[in-house]
Design a protein around this ligand. Structure first.
Ligand code: UTP
Length: 460
């Protein structure tokens, strides 16, 4: 193993291991054995020691399947909804919840999915998603596999949490947890692998793009193929408004015969920190907000509308055969470099970025797909992520969006919801996905003279 480290250019780590007491050296060697050294060697060469300037392609606005604005487009979306329902009934869909991230910005001391988000119930993000999965399975009488991607940083606690809650009522055979890969952080000047403690490497998850390799390692895709599944919907753990296995999105993906689809919403402002969909060198791609030139971020068309308005929610549909090509490395994803502060044995409290991390992003699969679909949905119906502890995209904004959506669904059925001067509901309202997954589900389920006059939790 020390030889392998040396031939991968990691002489310094090999020397440190030689100098350590036996037990610590063994612990480190075990971690070294778990990482893909040839990959690390390549990443260090390409992204740290001899970085080439990334060629910026020619960028244009993306083509988007817009939210229905007239009868024709409403009919198209209705058809999509029905196609999605049909695929669900036929058992052709699986759902992956991406939950391997570190949740650094939120600063919650557990897996992000354990964060209590229910405005009335305090239900965790995991419970909200599992409830949506259960409701969808029952509605369509389907065997809807729920694949949970974790990483070494949160796998044990995530599994224990699901076990403790008896999988939130889901059938054990429908839930599969798989673990994504980890990559070491390296020194920006030398490319040397860093240690966070004498006997511990500074490892972190390999990015949500790690999904493909991880599904390949866990032999998940072959299993899905045997079960006749050809659509994999993936979504992110921090967005409780997203309906898992959303029939409209799945149907739009199928009708477009896409290999990969992306669910987008309109950005609230040009400067919102959200990746936007674009056409780069003629292929669908996501451009990160950090990479979008200021003049393009603010660019508008003749009608005054933003050109790069389509923000990605991180929700995708994948054709199973396409995912398999990515998993086998036939079409590998690129890795990106991120300069971060990482506590290390030499620098326990870094004040400036002292490390380079490597991550792959799921959206980098888009330009590799033969066909893509970019599907717009109403933001207030499907997108309110929990990213930060306060301010934008925080638990407070997410709960407010959950309450607001529940209030609108109730009002659509004629209920009275008292609202304050700011337009927000005066009482917290929460609708459990097992009770209703959209406004139409509430039809006939609440009295016509229903009035909200206290905190309200609608659940079965
Ligand atoms: P983010 O990029 O927002 O990262 O992930 P994060 O880990 O939640 O939070 P920060 O950036 O550390 O504050 C978006 C989604 O992708 C998943 C996350 O769990 C989240 O659902 N993800 C991210 C993974 O599954 N694996 C990763 O390596 C990274």
């Amino acid at each position: 193993m020390l030889d392998a480290l040396e031939s991968a250019g990691q002489q310094r780590l090999a020397d440190s291991i030689r100098a350590l007491p036996r037990e610590q050296a063994d612990a480190l060697l075990l971690q070294v054995a778990s990482i893909d050294l040839p990959l690390v060697e390549r990443l260090v060469r390409e992204l740290v020691r001899e970085p080439a300037d990334a060629a910026a392609g020619s960028i244009g606005p993306a083509e988007v399947d817009r939210r229905p604005a007239d009868d024709t487009s409403r009919a198209h979306r209705h058809q999509a909804f029905e196609a999605g329902e049909q695929a669900l009934r036929e058992g052709r869909v699986a759902v992956v919840l991406l939950a391997g991230g570190q949740g650094t910005r939120l600063g919650f001391d557990h897996p992000k999915g354990m964060f209590p988000i229910g405005p009335v119930s305090n239900a965790s993000l995991f419970e909200v998603h599992a409830a949506g999965m259960g409701a969808t399975r029952r509605r369509y009488g389907c065997d809807l596999p729920f694949l949970l991607m974790t990483s070494d940083v949160n796998d044990a606690e995530t599994r224990a949490f699901f076990d403790e809650h008896l999988l939130f009522g889901l059938q054990p055979e429908s839930v599969t947890t798989f673990v994504q890969g980890m990559l070491p952080a390296v020194d920006p000047a030398t490319g040397d692998i860093l240690r966070e403690a004498p006997d511990r490497l500074a490892l972190s998850p390999d990015g949500h793009g790690g999904i493909f390799r991880a599904m390949g390692h866990a032999a998940i895709l072959g299993d899905l193929e045997e079960r006749g599944i050809d659509v994999i919907m993936t979504f992110q753990v921090d967005n409780p408004l997203m309906r898992p296995a959303d029939p409209e999105f799945i149907g739009a993906h199928l009708l477009a015969r896409a290999e990969m689809s992306t669910l987008v919403v309109a950005k609230v402002a040009p400067e919102e920190r959200m990746g936007v969909m674009a056409s780069v060198d003629g292929r669908t791609a996501l451009v990160e907000y950090t990479d979008l030139p200021a003049e393009l971020e603010a660019a508008r068309d003749e009608a005054g509308d933003l050109l790069y308005w389509a923000g990605s929610t991180g929700v995708h549909c994948l054709d199973r055969a396409f995912a398999t090509r990515l998993a086998t490395g036939e079409a590998p994803l690129p890795f990106h470099r991120a300069d971060k502060r990482v506590a290390t044995v030499d620098d326990p409290d870094p004040q400036v970025p002292n490390a380079v991390k490597f991550e792959a992003f799921m959206f980098d699969a888009l330009p590799l797909a033969a066909r893509t679909a970019t599907v717009e949905m109403a933001r207030e119906e499907c997108f309110a992520p929990v990213k930060n502890a306060d301010g934008a995209d925080s638990p407070a904004t997410c709960r407010a969006a959950m309450v607001d959506r529940a209030a609108r669904w109730l009002e659509a059925q004629g209920a009275a919801v008292p609202r304050g001067a700011d337009g927000a509901s005066q009482f917290p309202i929460e609708i459990d996905p097992r009770f209703a997954q959209d406004a139409a589900d509430l039809r006939g389920r609440i009295p016509s003279d229903f009035a909200v006059d206290a905190p309200l939790l609608l659940r079965n």
